[in-house]
Design a protein around this ligand. Sequence first.
Ligand code: FAD
Length: 287
Amino acid sequence: GALHTPSDATAEPKLAVPAMARRAATLGAIILDNCAVRLIERQAGKVSAVVTERGEIACDSVILAGGVWSRTFLENLDLELPQLAVKSSVMRTSAAPEFISGTLGAERASLRRRQDGGYTIARSGAAEFQLIPAAFHHFAAFLPIIKERWRIMKIRAGSEFFGPLGRARWKADETSPFERVRVMDPEPDQRLLASVLRDAKLLHPQLADVTITETWGGLIDVMPDELPVIDSPPGWQGLVLATGLSGHGFGIGPGVGLMAAQRVLGETMLVDASNFALARFNRKSAA
Ligand SMILES: Cc1cc2nc3c(=O)[nH]c(=O)nc-3n(C[C@H](O)[C@H](O)[C@H](O)COP(=O)(O)OP(=O)(O)OC[C@H]3O[C@@H](n4cnc5c(N)ncnc54)[C@H](O)[C@@H]3O)c2cc1C
């Protein structure tokens, strides 16, 4: 089977994300690049400051939207978040005629047409589960998703275990893992992508002549139920987690951002927030 969603919005991430940042800046946001947050300070259970690699910024609210880094960051504050990482690989092709509008998801190859006339193609759900220390700790919570996807999911055991998403502890005056690895940029799975392109050509003869022009990999932060967390941990008034977007963040990010802002401002949230509560995981300190 396949799913064709012509009315879905699509965008080029490399254009859309800087455009959103520019818009935020015109509305008053100050964007600090290359400035890792090391810790969040609190006094009497309330957020009082973030400590960055360039110094401290006093504040009474913080939204933690650290993507795949969020669990590592929270563990250093003795907070638990059942968030793991899977690697996904994607390709861009040379130009080909337009034969679909919007996005087309099929079992072996999902695609959308790009503004440059090529196609972005990947195999939905075909991910490499990273065997890091947290994977053992949260294994039971993730078992249902692993069982459901085991045919298309690889388990990757290797140097990742000791890598940046492994166990780490640091203090305010120490270099954090985020400074050592500024951007997660894992190698894409070239064998997988070659097989995805073969399948895409079988499914869509219009792609017969395309070649791969770019490939990339990325780490996706995934929660056991593939839904984000938009909530505050107990004992941390002023801290709102907006993370665990589980591979849908380009689509749902603006909604999650709005709900996180509503939470900070104490406004009614866009939709029922209970689906995004930490308590659903029913584990110590996150619950
Ligand atoms: C290959 C691939 C394909 C995808 N395709 C789609 C798709 O088709 N549709 C879709 O909706 N989603 C897709 N996604 C998922 C989407 O990219 C993510 O869900 C989304 O980017 C998550 O947004 P985020 O803001 O939570 O985290 P991120 O985008 O990861 O942003 C977190 C930011 O926080 C920064 N950060 C972390 N820790 C610190 C710190 N201590 N101090 C300072 N900064 C810090 C990081 O550097 C990063 O810039 C894809 C992801 C991958 C990897």
